[in-house]
Design a protein around this ligand. Structure first.
Ligand SMILES: Nc1ccn([C@@H]2O[C@H](COP(=O)(O)O)[C@@H](O)[C@H]2O)c(=O)n1
Length: 304
């Protein structure tokens, strides 16, 4: 259902979230979505947690017709990578990215190929003698942008003590630096991602395991992190993602009562729309903002 259709019907059920009438919003089951939002509000902020992907979900996919970099791309394009290294990393991207987003391949087919991509990219990066001390400058010099409205998102969650779990197949050291430089790395934010392993001289030697790629973002890589167990009372979840792999990010959470899945559909919109609408409760098409997420949170967290 388009936003225009929603405007005349189910949107009226939830006039408190006017952002749902944006033209970028698509919802297959509006009544279910409104029911979920109301149920999460009834449970209150003390029962809520947000689980989010980072690259192309909290960060922007594009700006003025140009692609914005992922946390891997930030490193790949930086001054610390040799020309030969840059070429090899770009070749990998051009080969594997179309596979990652191909709606005609199964996740079973994609998984081993994603392991190949990440492993080769991490090996190449580990040959580049990247210094830990260079990370802040690399991020500062990059074209990365967080989505419009990121300040309100992080500030609201911090203000109401809502835990935010960022589960990313990107590079943890880079994404942490991005949110640090944006001044929103609050104590309620926790990150699980691929982290670099530096030697005693602060030079990158390898990446720590487990390797997290787009399609293993689930319990299998969270074993050993006690994070979700500590949050067993947080039974309402808002999940934010941009790929079909992000849908399993909450699999390790015990006793989930309500989960609202919001998906950013950034690329190959026409081809992927059907799958996204089946999988996500709310789909945001080519929307570079966090307006809808902020609107829903404002409604849920506002004191009545
Ligand atoms: N060498 C690589 C590997 C992956 N990417 C992209 O990073 C994204 C990270 O995954 P999330 O699920 O956390 O968003 C992924 O979508 C890959 O396209 C890359 O740019 N370079």
């Amino acid at each position: 259902m388009s936003a225009a259709e929603l405007r005349g019907s189910e949107a009226a059920l939830c006039p408190q979230v006017p952002e749902l009438q944006k033209t970028t919003v698509r919802i297959q089951q509006p009544e279910r979505v409104m029911g979920l939002i109301r149920a999460i509000k009834e449970q209150g902020g003390s029962k809520l947690q947000v689980i989010s992907d980072f690259d192309m979900t909290l960060s922007r996919f594009g700006c003025n017709g140009r692609r914005c970099p992922t946390s891997h791309n930030i490193l790949d394009n930086s001054h610390v990578i040799s020309e030969d290294g840059k070429k090899k990393l770009k070749d990998l991207l051009h080969h594997y990215y179309p596979i990652e987003i191909d709606p005609n391949r199964t996740l079973e087919e994609k998984r081993p190929l994603m392991v190949e991509w990440w492993t080769q990219a991490h090996d190449l990066l580990s040959q580049q003698k990247i210094q830990k001390g260079d990370i802040a400058q690399i991020v500062r010099e990059s074209d990365v942008m967080l989505r419009d409205g990121f300040n309100e998102l992080f500030d609201q969650l911090h203000k109401y003590n809502v835990p935010m779990f960022i589960f990313s197949a990107g590079v943890g050291d880079i994404l942490e630096e991005i949110i640090r430089q944006a001044n929103v790395f609050y104590p309620n934010v926790n990150v699980v991602s691929n982290y670099m392993d530096f030697d005693d001289n602060g030079v990158l030697k390898c990446f720590k395991s487990p390797l997290i790629h787009t399609y293993n973002k689930n319990n299998s890589v969270l074993q050993g992190t006690a994070y979700f167990q500590q949050l067993s009372t947080r039974t309402s979840i808002i999940l934010l993602g941009d790929s079909m792999g992000d849908l399993t990010m909450a699999d390790g959470v015990p006793s989930v009562e309500n989960i609202l899945k919001i998906g950013f559909l950034n690329d190959k919109v026409e081809e992927q729309r059907g799958n996204y609408l089946d999988a996500y409760d709310i789909v945001l098409e080519s929307d570079e903002t966090l307006d809808v997420v902020n609107g829903i949170l404002r409604y849920i967290l506002m004191e009545t």
